[in-house]
Design a binder for this molecule. Structure first.
Ligand SMILES: Nc1nc2c(ncn2[C@@H]2O[C@H](COP(=O)(O)OP(=O)(O)OP(=O)(O)O)[C@@H](O)[C@H]2O)c(=O)[nH]1
Ligand SMILES: [Ca+2]
Length: 503
C-alpha cells in the first residue's frame, strides 16, 4: 500500500459517518420518527365510526311518517352531521282519523315501528330516543273533541312505549314550533348555520295547515309571530306563522262550502259546478265529507239530502277568483298583513318550499317556471278533460289526480295573494323535497332541538380538518426522513484535504 492509499484509508476511519453503528442509529431515529407520526395519526383518527340514532314520528293530518336519523356518536355537536337513514309511511290516514276508534291509532304504527327495530342496530335500541309530534289534524280534533284527541294520543303513546327504544313523549306541537323547526331543518341540512351566506326561509304546506318562516330585518309587530334563536354563535330573529285550516285539504273543504252554501235552499239535487276540477269530472260526494271539520261552518240542515254532485268545469280564471275569496284581506291591525289580519313583513331572501308545495308543483312540472309562465301552464292543465288525464296518468291515485288543478291554483294564490310574493321574489322560491338524503320538514329540527344537538355557541373546531392534519403529518415525516438521508449522504463525503493537497 503506497502512502497515498494509506492516508485515504486513515481518513475513512476518521470519518465517523462510515461507522455502521452510526448508520444503524440514524436509520433507527428515522424509523422512530415515522412510527411516532403514525401513532399520532392513528391516535387522532376518529374511532371506527359508531352511530347513534333517533326516531321522530310526524303525525300529520293526512298521514303519519316515521323518520330514523343517524349521526356519528362522537360528533354530536358538529353541525351537519345528522342525516335521515330511513323513512316509513304508516298505512292509512292520519291519527286524528281514529277519533272514533282510538286503539287503532296505536296499532297503525306497528309496521313502521317494527321496521325501525330492524333498521337500528340492536345494541343501540335502548338509548335511541323516540318522539311523536302531531300537527294540524290533531289540533283540529282537540278543538272539536278534546277527550277523543287525548285518547288518540294515549293510544299512540302506549304503542310507542311497547318498543325497546327510549320513549320521549307524544304531543301536539304548536304551529310556531312546526314553522320554526322546519326552518331549522332546511338551514341545518344546507349547512347555513356555519356559513356566513345567510339563511333560507321555510314554506310548508300540509293537509290541514301551512307555515311560513323566515329571517326578517323588520320590526316584528306581533309577538306571536316572533321567535329568536341563538345557534352556533349567531342570533336569528325569525318571523313565523302557521295558518290552521289553510292546508290544501281544508282549503278544498272551505272552497266547496263557499260554493254549496248559496245552494242549500234548493230543493233539487245540488249540482256543484266547480271551476277548479276538470271537464268531465263528475262525482257524487257526501256533505259529511265537506262539513266534518271545525274549519268549515257546521251546517246542520241539508234539506234531507246526504250528497251533492261535484262537477268539473276546468276554468282556471274562475278557479283563481274563487280561491282568492278564502283569503280575507279587507282588514289589518298592523302596518302590513298577509291575510286574515295576520301580521307579516315583506318576504326576504330565498325560500325552500316543501311537502305539498313540492308534490303538487313537481307533478305539474311548474318548479322551474316564473310566476306568469306557471299561471299560463296551469290554465292549460286545468282545461284538460278528466278522461284524458286519467289515460295519461293511469298509475296516479285518482284523488291526487283530480285535485292537482285546485292545489296548484291554491299554491299560486297563497304565495302571491296571501304571502305577497311578486314576479321578482317568486324566483327566490325553490320547490324541494329533500336536501341530500334527508327530507325537508319539521321533524329533524324538532329532534335536534330536543336532543340539544344545536348548541347556542359554536363548538371549538380543530385547527385543521382531519384530512389536512393527516396530510401535513405525512409530508412532515417524509421531509424529516429525506433530510436524514441527505444529511447522511452529505456527511459521508470525506471532509479532509482534497486530492490535490494530498499529492
Ligand atoms: N300528490 C301527492 N300528494 C301527497 C303526497 N303525499 C301527501 N300528499 C298530500 O299532500 C298534502 C300534504 O301532505 P303532508 O305534507 O303529508 O300533510 P300532513 O303533514 O299530513 O298535514 P299537516 O298536519 O297539515 O301538516 C295532503 O293533502 C296529502 O294528502 C304525494 O306523494 N303526492
Ligand atoms: Ca305536515
Amino acid at each position: 500500500m503506497d502512502e497515498q492509499q494509506q492516508q485515504q484509508q486513515e481518513m475513512k476511519v476518521k470519518n465517523s459517518w462510515h461507522r455502521p453503528q452510526i448508520i444503524v442509529v440514524t436509520a433507527l431515529i428515522a424509523v422512530g420518527i415515522i412510527i411516532m407520526v403514525a401513532i399520532a395519526v392513528v391516535q387522532h383518527k376518529p374511532l371506527n365510526q359508531k352511530y347513534k340514532y333517533g326516531i321522530v314520528l310526524d303525525a300529520g293530518s293526512s298521514h303519519t311518517s316515521v323518520y330514523i336519523y343517524e349521526w356519528p356518536a362522537e360528533k354530536e355537536n358538529n353541525t351537519g352531521m345528522v342525516q335521515q337513514k330511513h323513512s316509513c309511511n304508516v298505512k292509512g290516514k292520519g291519527i286524528s282519523s281514529y277519533s272514533g276508534t282510538p286503539h287503532k291509532a296505536g296499532e297503525s304504527l306497528k309496521e313502521c315501528m317494527d321496521e325501525a327495530k330492524k333498521t337500528i342496530p340492536k345494541h343501540r335500541h335502548q338509548e335511541t330516543p323516540v318522539y311523536l309530534g302531531a300537527t294540524a289534524g290533531m289540533r283540529l280534533l282537540k278543538m272539536d273533541d278534546n277527550t277523543a284527541s287525548e285518547k288518540v294520543l294515549k293510544s299512540v303513546a302506549t304503542s310507542l312505549q311497547s318498543y325497546p327504544f327510549s320513549y320521549e313523549g307524544a304531543r301536539i306541537i304548536s304551529g310556531q314550533e312546526e314553522g320554526a323547526f322546519g326552518w331549522i331543518t332546511v338551514n341545518y341540512l344546507s349547512d347555513n348555520f356555519r356559513k356566513a351566506s345567510g339563511t333560507v326561509g321555510a314554506l310548508d304546506l300540509g293537509g290541514a295547515s301551512t307555515q311560513i318562516t323566515f329571517v326578517s330585518r323588520q320590526e316584528l309587530e306581533s309577538p306571536d309571530n316572533s321567535i329568536d334563536f341563538r345557534l352556533y354563535g349567531n342570533d336569528y330573529h325569525l318571523y313565523t306563522h302557521s295558518f290552521l285550516c289553510y292546508g290544501k285539504d281544508q282549503v278544498l273543504k272551505l272552497s266547496l262550502e263557499k260554493q254549496i252554501e248559496p245552494k242549500l235552499d234548493m230543493t233539487d239535487n245540488i249540482i256543484l259546478e266547480d271551476p277548479c276540477f276538470h271537464p268531465g269530472y263528475i262525482v257524487n260526494k257526501s256533505f259529511q265529507s265537506v262539513f266534518d271539520s271545525p274549519c268549515v261552518k257546521k251546517i246542520n240542515s241539508f234539506l234531507g239530502q246526504q250528497s251533492f254532485i261535484h262537477k268539473g268545469l276546468g276554468d282556471w280564471n274562475k278557479c283563481h277568483e274563487a280561491i282568492k275569496k278564502v283569503f280575507n284581506t279587507t282588514y289589518c291591525r298592523y302596518s302590513r298583513c298577509s291575510f286574515n289580519d295576520i301580521f307579516q313583513p315583506p318576504v326576504e331572501g330565498r325560500f325552500g318550499a316543501f311537502s305539498a308545495y313540492f308534490f303538487v308543483m313537481n307533478f305539474l312540472n311548474l318548479t322551474t317556471f316564473n310566476l306568469e309562465e306557471a299561471k299560463k301552464n296551469l290554465e292549460t292543465y286545468c282545461t284538460t278533460s278528466w278522461d284524458t288525464l286519467k289515460q295519461k296518468h293511469p298509475k296516479v291515485k285518482e284523488k291526487y289526480l283530480a285535485e292537482y288543478c285546485f292545489s296548484g291554483t291554491y299554491i299560486i294564490t297563497l304565495l302571491e295573494d296571501g304571502y305577497r310574493f311578486t314576479n321578482e321574489t317568486w324566483e327566490n322560491i325553490d320547490f324541494i323535497k329533500k336536501i341530500g338524503d334527508s327530507e325537508a320538514g319539521w321533524t329533524l329540527g324538532y329532534m335536534l332541538n330536543l336532543t340539544n344537538m344545536i348548541p347556542a355557541e359554536a363548538p371549538d373546531t380543530p385547527l385543521l380538518p382531519y384530512g389536512g392534519y393527516v396530510m401535513l403529518m405525512l409530508i412532515l415525516s417524509l421531509l424529516i426522513f429525506v433530510f436524514f438521508i441527505l444529511g447522511y449522504i452529505f456527511f459521508r463525503r470525506p471532509s479532509g484535504p482534497t486530492h490535490k493537497e494530498i499529492i
